[in-house]
Design a protein around this ligand. Structure first.
Ligand SMILES: Cc1ncc(COP(=O)(O)O)c(C=O)c1O
Length: 361
């Protein structure tokens, strides 16, 4: 008897690698590897989550009505067109399941968030990567990859793993040039960190009117609720209808839903988080530059920095880890000479600076 074997397309998928969380010999290492919120989360969200412990025996609201209404109020949206996911990761998976079949392709930029390709390949589609221009998304290169079998295009603005931003006019140009039967997913995981920048728009304006745009957002970054897995998408009604048909009924948990509602009400925490990142980026860039890295211009809560060689980057990642500091080496993103470092709190940033002075004097 032969053992069951998964579909060949599944075996071709490289599993997602999360940012490292453990450093040998350190009970609580300094974790700058997963772009988490250095300030934690809103105290209101935390209190709401604790309150949810009183109803652990009850299923969550399968429609997440209160959360969808709170998001709609905050962003001036139609709550019926919001779909909730277990993180925005799940929205990517739903879009791929709903719109990609074997023989189709998905197009993404060269340096792309790994979950997109996993979702596309899981649906049996192939993945095409469009070269970037000096670590910035290149709309013409994406369009050059699109053909009659393209069904989905993914772009994050600002982007991970590079942290860079392209003007919203470029996103609009991409959208105008795409065939209408292609779904354009605009991943806004880091949108809040870029909202104040010239030339930036989060894409909701486009998602309000376009029949083929899915805008995704997350509570994991600015709101610091990564553990609760709450994300959402906004799209035209027929797309939302398709996603809701395959969405598992209780995909977001009660604690996540009510903590996210509370987070949206806590404007003061969001303002503090944003200020912390805006103030923290320039010194982090300086520390990395002093250590001999070229920093990419970041519109996120992290800095991606290029070492002179891949060996330098890897030695530095190891040197930091033995000092209890975890950063993200980007070899699995085809950027073997790069490290990605989250803006941490003041103490963490001082420890990083001191360690880099030892490793790269
Ligand atoms: C570009 C990008 N999109 C989506 C996500 C995932 O967000 P979530 O926690 O909502 O699944 C991340 C997380 O790091 C990200 O970097």
């Amino acid at each position: 008897m032969t053992a069951p074997s998964p579909k060949a397309t599944i075996l071709g998928i490289k599993p997602y690698q999360a940012g490292k969380a453990k450093a040998a010999g350190f009970a609580s290492p300094i974790k700058l590897s997963a772009n988490e919120n250095a300030l934690g989360c809103s105290p209101l969200a935390r209190a709401a989550y604790i309150e949810a412990a009183n109803s652990l025996h009850l299923y969550p609201d399968p429609q997440g009505v209160a959360l969808r209404e709170a998001i709609a109020l905050k962003h001036d949206l139609d709550p019926a067109r919001i779909v909730l996911g277990a993180g925005s990761d799940e929205i990517f998976a739903l879009v791929c399941q709903a719109y990609l079949s074997p023989g189709d392709n998905m197009v993404q930029p060269q340096f792309a968030f790994a979950a997109w390709a996993i979702a596309a390949r899981a649906a049996g589609a192939s993945v095409r990567s469009a070269p970037e221009r000096d670590y910035h998304v290149d709309v013409d290169a994406i369009l050059a990859e699109v053909d009659a079998t393209t069904r989905v295009v993914f772009v994050a603005n600002p982007s991970n793993p590079t942290g860079t931003l392209i003007p919203f006019a470029e996103i609009e140009r991409l959208h105008r040039a795409l065939p209408q039967n292609v779904v354009l997913v605009l991943d806004g995981a880091y949108a809040e960190f870029a909202e104040h920048r010239v030339d930036y728009e989060d894409g909701l304006r486009l998602a309000r009117t376009a029949p083929n745009v899915v805008l995704t957002r997350t509570f994991s970054k600015l709101h610091g609720l990564a553990a609760l897995r709450v994300g959402w998408g906004y799209a035209a009604a027929p797309i939302v209808d398709a996603l809701n048909r395959i969405r598992l009924p209780f995909n977001t948990c009660t604690g996540g839903q009510i903590a996210a509602v509370a987070a949206l009400k806590d404007e003061a925490f969001a303002v503090r988080s944003l200020a912390h990142v805006c103030e923290g980026l320039p010194p982090l860039e300086r520390v990395l530059s002093r250590a001999g890295f070229r920093t990419l211009p970041s519109a996120t809560n992290f800095v991606t920095a290029l070492a002179p060689t891949s060996e330098d980057a890897q030695a530095c990642e190891r040197g930091l880890a033995v000092r209890g500091i975890l950063v993200r080496g980007l070899a699995n993103y085809d950027m073997a000479n790069a490290l990605r470092v989250t803006v941490g709190d003041a103490q963490q940033m001082r420890a990083l600076e001191a360690a880099l002075r030892e490793i790269r004097p």
